[in-house]
Design a protein around this ligand. Structure first.
Ligand code: PDD
Length: 285
């Protein structure tokens, strides 16, 4: 049985219970992070905890606990190695269902782990490029807050699944912004382009790392608006997230991207990410 963390305790998953009046359950009044651990070490852990604190501050949920210590401990209790930690903080439970916020409520903190999908160990040659679709973005105006209010994302993913696609990219007006659970990059010639940051996009820990590595390597990088026409005309399209890593896209709806193969710049960036990850292990050991 997996060990989970709930409000200060490490428990067997079937022993952990939350009030039916918890605002996370009733209103999605909660925020979360998904943090990959490789060989027991949190990847971009500081960035994940910083983003969690920003999400909490944006919703005025006040809590001061050592999140990184909690997730480190949880990974150890579940056997270390490669796992992804789901960490959720809700505003807490009242004594009845009411929209009004009681400022004295104690937040509910929950964390669990799952096996990790991507670990950057897969060779470039063994990674498959994927199909994505583009859907209307039905989410609210503050997608920079990593809120558990994910119904539009889930419905978009379901549309993708029905069309044998790996991800749904979300379009608002004329702009394609990000995936239902990933960030978006395109390549035009030798240049890497990502959408302009705004409240409509989650600032990804993986995409930030990719941007930093690209800039360090002298690869031309720019934040610009990406329209549907620009997306499908790109030489390469990629998506990125903590759970997926960096994934090449070879089809958007019915349009093939580039020559339909994994792109040259993707191969370079994936390798650089894998090297960066290996370097961290050398530093830690
Ligand atoms: N989601 N955009 C959205 C809407 C996301 O949900 C995610 C990640 C990202 C990428 O962020 P990061 O690189 O920090 O993982 C972008 C996680 C993995 C999830 O919901 O499971």
């Amino acid at each position: 049985m997996d060990v989970v963390y709930l409000n200060g305790k490490y428990l067997a998953a079937d022993q952990a219970t939350v009030s039916v009046f918890d605002r996370g359950f009733l209103f999605s009044d909660s925020v979360y992070e998904v943090i990959p651990y490789y060989r027991g070490v949190g990847f971009q852990l500081v960035q994940h905890i910083d983003r969690l604190k920003k999400s909490l501050a944006a919703l005025k949920i006040v809590i001061d606990i050592p999140f990184a210590e909690i997730t480190d401990q949880l990974v150890i209790k579940n056997g270390g190695a490669n796992q992804s930690v789901y960490l959720q903080v809700s505003r807490g439970a009242g004594s009845k269902r009411t929209h009004a916020i009681d400022p004295h409520m104690q937040p509910t903190v929950f964390a669990c782990t799952t096996a990790i999908v991507n670990n950057y160990c897969t060779l470039v040659a063994d990674i498959f490029a994927v199909k994505v679709i583009v859907c209307d973005d039905l989410r609210w105006g503050r997608c920079d807050i990593k809120s558990t209010s994910l119904l539009p994302n889930i419905l978009a993913m379901e549309q993708a699944r029905q069309q044998n696609a790996h991800e749904a990219l979300l379009q608002r007006g004329n702009l394609v912004l990000e995936g239902a659970s990933s960030n978006l990059f395109i390549v035009e010639g030798q240049r890497l382009v990502a959408p302009v940051s705004s409240h409509a996009i989650l600032s990804g820990t993986t995409s930030q790392l990719i941007k930093n590595i690209a800039v360090q390597q002298g690869i031309s990088f720019v934040n610009q608006d990406i329209s549907y026409a620009r997306l499908i005309a790109a030489d390469e399209v990629w998506i990125s997230s903590s759970t997926r890593g960096l994934v090449p896209v070879n089809q958007v709806d019915e349009h093939l991207i580039g020559d339909g193969q994994k792109g040259v710049l993707w191969q370079r960036l994936y390798q650089l990410l894998a090297d960066h990850q290996r370097q961290l292990f050398t530093e830690k050991s």
